[in-house]
Structure formats: C-alpha cells, structure tokens
Write a protein that binds this ligand. Structure first.
Ligand code: PAF
Length: 282
C-alpha cells in the first residue's frame, strides 16, 4: 500500500505507474475507521482496478472548534486497517497541503438541500464538506466515489455538487453498516458508555417501527409517536425526527405512492450526537 502526503507525489504516482485505463475508486474519510468504512473500501476494490482512500480531518466542516479538537485521530491504526483490507493507495495530506494558509470554505448552492435537517443544526457544515470533497475529487480524479448512506443528506449534496460542477465522478451510496443491535456504525459510537451503546438500539428499532406505522397512520401521528417514544427514554434526547422526500429532503405531511421517502433521526446521548435514517419504500 502506498501512502502519499502531498498532491504532487500522488499525481506523479498516478501519471507514472498506473496504466492510463485504470478505473479509480475513491473513499474519502476523516479517519477513526470502523467496519462501515472498510465495507466501502471492499465495494470499491470489487468495482475498480485501483482503490484510493483519503484520511483528512477537515477543519472547515466543523461548526464547533471543540468538536474538531476532540475528533479522534488514529492514523497508525487506520493505515493498518486499510493495508489489511487491501486498499492500494492512501492520501494523507496536512491541513496546509489542502488549504495553504486559507482555511475557509467555498460557498455552495445545493438547491436548498443544505438547508434541511443537518443544515439547520450545523451552520456552514455542508459548505465545508463540499469544499473538501470537490478539492479531493480534483486531486484524485476518481471514476467512482463511495459514501455511506448514514450521512444521506451529505450523499445527496455531493451528488448535487458533482452535477452542478460538471465533474466526471460517479457518486455511489452504500448501505448503512450496523452493529449487531442495529446501531449505525460511527466513529462516535466509541464514546458511548456500555449502557448507552446497548440502549442505542432504540434508534434503529424506532425507524423500523416507523416504517410499519406509516402504512396505517398519518405522518403527523407517526411524528407524534416518535416524540413521545423518546420522551420515555431517559438516556436519549431527540433532536429531530422527520419523514422527507428522498430527492428534495423536504419534510412531507403526506405520503404519495409514486415517490421515495426516508425517515431521518438525530438524537443525543449526553453530548454525543447520533444520526440514522431508513428508506420507507422497500
Ligand atoms: O463523511 C465524512 O467522513 C466526511 O464528511 C467526508 C466525506 C470524508 C468529508 O470530509
């Protein structure tokens, strides 16, 4: 496995070593890798001749300085995991290599996708994500790029960015990888207590119940049920629950048979924020 810290070295490697017709698969990460990331790498390995992962904790997508500082940095372990899974190339740039002296975001218009759900609670977050993903796509020039559906809003926003900027990258969403109790895999799960981690199965089980209830009850009734369900649970505080159109991410008050919908949820366990979502169509 090759590890490059500069754009120049990565580009030289690609132009010298890789046959020009290679298909490049790319998995951008912020490190602290878990099985969900590794499943993205495995999918890329199956579908491409060369798989590149990046590890970069992107400062411009954090709205709180404290979260950026606390973000786990486990580079040695991450590199070992990537090597073991068979990843070919890792891009591991410094903040300066990416941003020079100007650590700031480009402003994007994602046709309103950025104003829904996470966008309401994390100011400037998606401009930061757009900035880094666009920059990494320009450096790596992948054919395919893989993102987990846990961050479904991020996935839709990246697809929108690619279309609006006429980038020649196929953005692929991969199913959420879950712990055995249904909790969506996330680097943040490590910060949960044993009890919180066990009880956090309530997030996925709620989404599964929503999927059944929406066949019988109205969106309003289901929303109210989720709110009251979480009020009974002392370990978790519901930040938002919404049923939204998959394309526009706008919350809906009615379900129509010809459209695709998802249920989205964000909860706090103490200061640890957990998100999840589930398709309501299949
Ligand atoms: O999902 C993430 O880990 C990050 O938002 C990403 C896409 C790597 C950009 O920093």
């Amino acid at each position: 496995m090759k590890v490059f810290k500069t754009k120049k070295d990565l580009k030289t490697y690609f132009s010298n070593l890789i046959p020009k017709k290679s298909k490049i698969g790319f998995v951008p990460t912020m490190g602290a890798l878990h099985k969900g990331h590794l499943s993205l790498i495995r999918t890329s390995l199956k579908e491409n001749s060369v798989t590149v992962a990046s590890i970069f904790v992107n400062p411009t997508q954090f709205d709180k300085k404290e979260d950026l500082e606390k973000y786990p940095r486990t580079t040695e372990r991450d590199l070992q995991l990537l090597k073991d899974v068979g990843c070919h190339v890792v891009f591991l740039p410094s903040v300066e290599e990416i941003y020079n002296q100007n650590v700031s975001s480009e402003r994007f218009d994602f046709d309103g996708l950025e104003n829904e759900m996470e966008g309401k609670f994390r100011g400037g977050h998606f401009d930061g994500v757009g900035t880094i993903v666009k920059t990494l796509f320009e450096i790596v020039s992948p054919n395919n790029a893989y993102f987990g559906e846990k961050d479904f809003q991020q996935l839709q926003i990246i697809k929108k960015m690619v279309v609006k900027n006429h980038m020649n990258v196929h953005v692929i969403g991969c199913p959420i990888y879950r712990e055995t109790n249904g909790l969506a895999m996330s680097s943040r799960n490590e910060r949960l207590s044993i009890e919180q981690r066990k009880e956090a199965s309530i997030i996925y089980s709620t989404l599964l119940e929503v999927k059944e209830k929406i066949k019988v009850f109205s969106v309003k009734e289901v929303n109210n049920w989720v709110i009251s369900h979480f009020k009974k649970h002392p370990l978790f505080e519901l930040e938002y629950f919404t049923i939204a159109d998959e394309e526009t991410l706008k919350n809906v008050s009615e379900i129509s048979p010809d459209k695709k919908y998802r249920a989205f949820i964000a909860v706090y366990a103490d200061s640890i924020r957990l998100i999840d979502n589930l398709s309501l169509n299949n």
